[in-house]
Design a protein around this ligand. Structure first.
Ligand code: GLA
Length: 381
């Protein structure tokens, strides 16, 4: 650590500590920005923020332990940076300043337990923790949903990823031991008990993050919008893929390219799977829940085309093994983690076998962790 950074940390007078978790998503991928359904929850790994007011009107310093860097800025002259992590911070501040004039100079220290680029949404954890913390530090009294939405806008406007609302919603709204069934159209959500016993949630991190992720993400979003634009020229009340079913889609077979047909079919089917999966979970039918996870992966692999060979390898590897009842890629795709439901007695054996196979095949170390559905962004007591 540089001398300046050491001094900053040493002299810090902690007033408030915020814990902001990453998230997993059991099923419902690339459905959020199509006004569809998702089934995420927060995890027990998090970003930890310490805050202090510094008595100035506009000066702010944010220290990232991950990068060992201090981001220094003034509230009245914000502009995007060339460093991605800085844009998550600056983006949140910029969105906050659009809706309140009560933010003043502050200092902040950020430490993270979340792997970056692993599909567990370290970015939403960063945005939401900062928004949540400043809301408390300056008594802004903004409701949680406002923090969710402004964090999402920060990512659109400063980072440039046109993400949906799932990650920020899960990071802030989750509750321990529950999963969230979220309707991204109405934002109505229901908490469902995460009863997976005797199975545990295993994340396998490919440790690859293909640089297609951000550009292809926005392309997928545009493809979906193109389908909606074509269909709404006849059906005026169609505003998103949520308003379309398979029979409407078929009517447009001539107007839509095979690729667009595939994308839309995937989204319609995935929305159906989320509803079936939540019902299966509530009824304790974990086998069915797991089958739907596999189906989701195959849709993402073949129809939506956002998987990659490393993720496919892990899902293929698990498929006929009794101890794993469900497995799929998670998050935006092109790398990151698979989420797996694995029997609690088989974790060590399976993890060592799959790590070896993965290393043999790709010459990359696979990392793994077991996680549990956890509390959303909160103040450390
Ligand atoms: C990323 C985005 C989310 C969502 C997922 C895919 O995590 O931030 O909004 O679209 O990809 O389901």
């Amino acid at each position: 650590m540089s001398k300046d950074n050491k001094e900053f940390v040493r002299d810090f007078n902690e007033e408030l500590v915020i814990l902001s978790p990453g998230r997993i998503n059991f099923i419902g991928e690339h459905t959020d920005y199509n006004n569809g359904f998702v089934l995420p929850t927060a995890i027990d790994k998090k970003v930890i923020f310490s805050f202090e007011k510094n008595g100035t009107d506009t000066q702010c310093k944010v220290y990232s332990a991950t990068y060992d860097k201090i981001l220094d800025f003034e509230l009245n002259s914000l502009k995007p940076s060339d460093n991605e992590w800085e844009n998550y911070i600056l983006g949140v501040i910029s969105e906050l300043l659009k809706i309140t004039d009560r933010v003043r100079g502050f200092n902040c220290i950020i430490k993270s337990e979340l792997p970056i680029g692993a599909g567990v949404s370290s970015s939403a954890a960063l945005e939401c923790g900062l928004a949540f913390g400043l809301n408390k530090l300056f008594d802004l009294e903004l409701p949680k949903i406002t923090l969710v939405e402004l964090s999402q806008r920060a990512e659109h406007n400063y980072v440039g990823t046109k993400c949906g609302i799932m990650d920020q919603f899960a990071s802030i709204m989750s509750e321990e031991g529950k999963v969230i069934l979220l309707d991204c159209m109405s934002q109505v959500h229901r908490l469902i008990a995460a009863n997976f016993e005797p199975y545990k949630i295993l994340l396998l991190n490919t440790n690859v993050s293909h640089n297609l992720a951000s550009s292809e993400y926005n392309t997928r979003r545009e493809e979906c919008e193109e389908v909606v634009a074509i269909i709404s020229s006849k059906y005026k009340n169609v505003r998103s893929l949520r308003d379309i079913n398979k029979s409407i889609l078929k009517e447009f077979k001539k107007e839509l390219s095979p690729k667009l047909m595939q994308r839309a079919s995937y989204v319609i089917e995935e929305n159906g799977r989320v509803l079936q999966a939540s019902e299966s979970l509530e009824k304790g039918n974990l086998k069915r829940f797991g089958e739907l996870m596999y189906q989701s992966h195959r849709g993402l692999q073949h129809q939506y085309e956002v998987s990659c060979k490393e993720l496919d390898f892990l899902v293929d590897f698990s498929e006929n093994k009794d101890q794993i009842i469900g497995s799929r890629m998670m998050g935006g795709g092109f790398g990151g983690c698979t989420i797996n439901l694995i029997h609690e007695n088989s974790i060590d054996d399976y993890v060592s076998t799959v790590k070896k196979a993965y290393k043999d095949r790709f010459k990359i170390d696979l990392t793994s962790f077991i996680t549990v559905p956890s509390q959303g962004t909160s103040i450390r007591k």
